[in-house]
Design a protein around this ligand. Structure first.
Ligand code: SF4
Ligand code: SF4
Length: 79
């Protein structure tokens, strides 16, 4: 008998120009896959957040909820 397997694909969309580099999303992520990019500055002069390993994202949306600037949107798909 064939087993049904759900495959989750998530995208974490971060608006770098809205990010103020506060790091709250980095702290909130249970998978520890967010970090501030030390080598990049946005137009406001902040180090923006980015995802280091999207394959580990569980789509929990903690980062998006935590972001005070609403700079993060999670998109998901189940196959
Ligand atoms: S949705 Fe959850 S697991 Fe994915 S990056 Fe945000 S906090 Fe981390
Ligand atoms: S919580 Fe929002 S503003 Fe703060 S570092 Fe993350 S994306 Fe940037």
């Amino acid at each position: 008998m064939k087993q049904n397997t759900l495959v989750h694909h998530f995208q974490v969309l971060i608006d770098e120009e809205c990010c103020k580099g506060c790091g709250l999303c980095v702290t909130a992520c249970p998978k520890q896959i967010l970090e501030l990019i030390p080598t990049r500055l946005n137009r406001k002069g902040y180090h923006p957040a980015h995802v280091t390993d999207i394959k580990q994202c569980i789509g929990c949306t903690s980062c998006a909820i935590m972001c005070p600037d609403i700079a993060i949107v999670i998109e998901g798909q189940v196959e």
